[in-house]
Design a protein. Structure first.
Length: 142
């Protein structure tokens, strides 16, 4: 299993908190995913984003089983995400939302590095107070 570094988990948590400030807390994860989808699809194409989110979703399911109910659409959107999240205890829903977002960020760090990933995040969330990301993903035995 690929464990995301604590700094990346912290970044995911900050972004979800910011999204929760703008909407209902139960919608924070889907709002963050949509912002990423819209922005990254322009940069890497729909199929590139689809591959990224598919891998992140597969990795995040190990941390939050309820993500198994989420279906990935051809455009990279997450069908059933909100419906599955609202059925969960709020802490379990947040755990899944954070796991998915942290996995996406961790994969981005692996592919393009921490500096470019942070720049992308700042482009999407310019008002977020962000720190540098020192490390991406750490391999841990399953």
């Amino acid at each position: 299993m690929i464990q995301v570094a604590p700094a990346v988990q912290d970044l995911a948590r900050k972004l979800l908190v910011q999204e929760a400030d703008e909407s209902q807390p139960s919608e924070a994860g889907i709002r963050a995913a949509e912002k990423l989808r819209l922005h990254l699809s322009k940069l890497v194409g729909v199929s590139g984003y689809h591959a990224l989110i598919a891998r992140a979703l597969a990795l995040a399911k190990a941390e939050a089983a309820w993500l198994g109910a989420v279906q990935l659409e051809a455009d990279g959107s997450l069908d059933g995400f909100l419906e599955a999240a609202v059925k969960q205890d709020p802490q379990e829903a947040m755990k899944g939302e954070m796991a998915l977002l942290a996995q996406v960020l961790g994969l981005l760090i692996t592919f393009i590095g921490p500096a470019l990933t942070l720049r992308l995040v700042r482009d999407i969330w310019p008002e977020a107070a962000l720190n540098d990301i020192n490390s991406g993903a750490e391999e841990t035995p399953s």
